[in-house]
Design a protein around this ligand. Structure first.
Ligand code: SD4
Length: 333
């Protein structure tokens, strides 16, 4: 099935190494010693992100080159897409819910296992940076809705109207039929999940989105849920998800990918098993929605896998910034 046809059909009603030196330090701290000690470490640092987001990965790379941490890199990289008004599934210009409200979900996680998250945030473009402030400046992990917005304003974030003219037009066109079948967008897909391993082998990750277009007001997806949309374990690796968040939440997808790596699976194998977990559920409606995972392990090996074709991962390594098409499950289309 061609990409456009799939886009039409996909709906929420169906509800829509370059190798270098050997690693020793990690081998001492992980349970899968026998597997990991035989592996080699990829050239570090390394940045990966969901979809074709080369400007974002380039920014993260630049931050690392200028001495920034992996955490700084994921935050700054994600901000590129949040500020990109053309991207209709993240930050400013994100498609609204069915009532016309742009509501953002984001989270961030560092090498110490600290994390911060915002859900149902309105009027603030850089949700990922608010999530970082939640992590660093509060005793909490998650802030929601008006509380998250109030916190952001107190921290000096600017109040902005996130509904651009283009997104308003798309919403108005959708309203004509008002079908509650928001497409899982595999073409215009700037929901960004980013994972970075710095040259010292330390990991951080972030994820930010405006969620499903024309969702029910109040709907929150997987992206800000630690363990679902994102998980980082500095001893093992990290994973991030995109696609239909409900399915990711139901299988605690990113945590699952990291735990599979802990058991000795490669990032690629782990992403594939996590996708199978969704597809193999009784009555799975997987033909009608997309989910994709990307993952990285402590050695800098990476993997990505999705249910359907056209998911991609952007990778910046050794000065090379490239978008790689992912392998996928459903070859019948
Ligand atoms: C969500 N997982 O809100 C997000 C949407 C997404 O590409 O990733 N779109 O369910």
């Amino acid at each position: 099935m061609k990409r456009r046809k799939f886009l039409k059909n996909a709906s929420l009603s169906g509800i829509g190494l370059a190798l270098g030196k050997s690693l020793t330090s990690c081998a001492e701290t992980t349970p899968s010693d026998s597997v990991i000690s035989t592996l080699e470490v990829a050239s570090l640092p390394l940045v990966i992100a969901t979809w074709d987001v080369k400007n974002a990965t380039a920014k993260a790379w630049e931050v690392l080159q200028n001495g920034g941490s992996a955490l700084d890199a994921v935050e700054q990289g994600c901000r590129v897409e949040e500020a990109n008004e053309k991207g209709q599934s993240v930050g400013k210009g994100g498609l609204p819910d069915r009532d016309g409200n742009v509501t953002l979900d984001a989270c961030i996680m560092n090498q110490n296992g600290d994390c911060g998250s915002v859900v149902f945030l309105q009027n603030i473009t850089h949700a990922v940076s608010v999530a970082r402030k939640v992590m660093e400046d509060t005793p909490h992990v998650m802030l929601a809705g008006s509380g998250a917005e109030k916190f952001a304003l107190q921290k000096g974030f600017k109040k902005e109207n996130l509904l651009t003219e283009d997104s308003k037009k798309s919403w108005e066109a959708w309203k004509v039929k008002s079908e509650y079948s928001p497409i899982i967008n595999i073409e215009n897909h700037d929901t960004i999940g980013m994972l970075v391993i710095d040259k010292g082998g330390n990991l951080s990750g972030a994820c930010t989105t405006s969620g499903l277009a024309y969702k029910l007001n109040g709907r929150v997806g997987d992206s800000p849920i630690i363990g679902s949309g994102l998980f980082v374990d500095n001893e093992i690796g990290a994973a991030v998800a995109t696609g239909l968040g409900e399915e990711v939440v139901k299988t605690v997808g990113s945590f699952l990918v990291v735990e599979l790596m802990r058991q000795g699976k490669s990032p690629q194998e782990a992403c594939e098993i996590a996708i199978r977990r969704i597809v193999d559920k009784p009555n799975s409606n997987y033909k009608n929605f997309q989910v994709g995972y990307i993952a990285i392990n402590k050695q800098g090996q990476t993997g990505s896998f999705s249910i359907h074709q056209w998911f991609s991962m952007t990778k910046f390594q050794q000065g090379k910034n490239e978008t790689i098409q992912s392998e996928y499950f459903n070859k019948d289309a």
